[in-house]
Every structure is written in C-alpha cells, then in structure tokens.
Design a protein around this ligand. Structure first.
Ligand code: ADP
Ligand code: MG
Length: 238
C-alpha cells in the first residue's frame, strides 16, 4: 500500500472513488491480449504513461471514469485498449449491427487521429473501427456503418445525421468515450452530446478524457456518470 502511494506520488497521479485499483507498472500486468503487447513492443513503448498506468486498471473494472492528463500523455490508448478488451467479451456482430464502443471527439482531425491509433491494434483482433465526421461525403461512411462495426469514432453532428438517417443505431453501445470533453463543451456540443447519450443504454460504461477540467465540464459529466473513478495527472488546479 505504501509502495502504491509512492508510485503514485512519483508520477503525480491522484485518484478519487472507492475501491481504486493499484496502478500497473508494466504492460503485461494490464491483462491485455498478447497481440496488443506485440503491437506495443513493435511501437517501441517502454512503459505505460501515468494516465495509462492508473487509467487501465480502472477502465478494465468496467466502472465509469474521468481521466485528466495533459496533451500528448497517451490518453487515446488509455481508453482504446480497454475498449478492445470490452469488445472481445461481447457476442460476435452481425451484418448491420451498430457499434459496441462509441468514441465522441470534437473535430474531424482528432477523430482521424484516434482511428489511426485504433487501426494499429484493432486489426489483429478483428475489431472493426470506423470514423464518422462532417465535411466529408456521407456515402462511404454509410457503407462502412452498414457492414457492421464494433467501434465508431465520431464527431457529434455527423453521428446525429447518421442516426436520423437510420444508417446506424446505438442499441449495442455499452462503452462510451468522450474525448477532449473540455473542447467539446467549448465548441458548443452540449445539446448534441445530450441527444446522443440519451439514446444509449444506462448500463453502459462511460469514460471522459480531457486535458483540462473546468467546473462546467465536471457538472455536465457528472450527469452522465455513475460511481465514477477519477484520475488526474499533474496539478489539480487546471
Ligand atoms: P493525448 O490524447 O493524451 O494527447 P495521445 O494518445 O495522442 O495523447 O498520445 C500521444 C503519443 O504518445 C502518440 O503518438 C502515442 O502513440 C504515444 N504513446 C501512447 N502511449 C505511449 C507509451 N506508453 N509510451 C510511449 N508513447 C506512447
Ligand atoms: Mg487525445
């Protein structure tokens, strides 16, 4: 226990919530499938970043989570690898099924970046992940959705278009990620987020990720969270 506290202090990790799992120190401890560890090794990663070290065991518990850490600290894989584990535990998908994992991101650029990270890992596991964003033709995105997917990475506006057009549905979503939650609110996406989240089952796992965490974000986030862990890397007064 003392050791865990020293480990957290050294990496500037603070945690909130009950029954917080201990941080993992090296990749194999997380319990990811072997092919994930292979990809990690190929990428040359030496050790988990602090947000991964504490965020992975939390996310893998299946509980809600708020993860706050500066840009460039590895938040994408902090939620994507547990997402792949989550998908692997679900029944095989059928043609036209909606996603199991939904990642909401504020911009097309970010959505594409997340997709690139996802493809590095998901491919080996037959976990299909697609990207749905505005400012691009809908046709290819509709075709991708119709084939059935496990992971959808979307900007809010285009996802709502797709839902209204009945090109996909959120009935199977049990793992919901809001990435760059602070920017999504700054950009005025709150009504869209509400609309999307209201279509997702309540027994989902919800994960918020952000570089900053202003009070307004906390207030909105808490409405969609139950019994959440919180992990903050670095100074609390963001
Ligand atoms: P954030 O979302 O926190 O801004 P990203 O998830 O975009 O950060 O990660 C930034 C970069 O760090 C990416 O290129 C990613 O592949 C890399 N990265 C992720 N995890 C690790 C790790 N454990 N060790 C080294 N690099 C990593
Ligand atoms: Mg990020």
């Amino acid at each position: 226990e003392q050791e865990v506290m020293m480990y957290r202090t050294k990496r500037d990790i603070s945690v909130e919530g009950h029954d917080v799992p201990r941080p993992i120190r090296w990749f194999p401890e997380a319990g990811f499938p072997a092919y994930c560890l292979d990809v990690i090794a190929k990428l040359g990663f030496v050790e988990p970043t602090p947000i991964q070290s504490q965020g992975w065991p939390m996310a893998l518990k299946g509980r809600d989570l708020i993860g706050i850490a500066e840009t460039g600290s590895g938040k994408t894989l902090a939620y994507l690898l547990p997402a792949i584990v989550h998908v692997s535990a679900q029944p095989k998908l059928e043609y036209g099924d909606g996603p199991i994992v939904l990642v909401l991101a504020p911009t097309r650029e970010l959505a594409v970046q997340i997709q690139e990270e996802s493809l590095k890992f998901g491919n080996q596991a037959n976990v299909r992940s697609i990207c749905v964003y505005g400012g691009a033709p809908k046709g290819p995105q509709i075709r991708d959705l119709k084939r059935g997917v496990e992971i959808v990475i979307a900007t809010p506006g285009r996802l709502i278009d797709m839902l209204e057009g009945k090109h996909t549905n959120l009935k199977r979503v049990t793992y919901l990620v809001l990435d760059e939650a602070d920017r999504m609110l700054d950009m005025g996406f709150e009504p869209q987020i509400r609309k999307i989240v209201s279509q997702i089952r309540l027994d989902r796992q919800t994960l918020y990720w952000s570089a900053t965490w202003p009070r307004e974000v906390e207030t909105l986030a808490r409405q969609f969270l139950r019994d959440a862990y919180k992990v903050v890397i670095g100074s609390q007064d963001l």
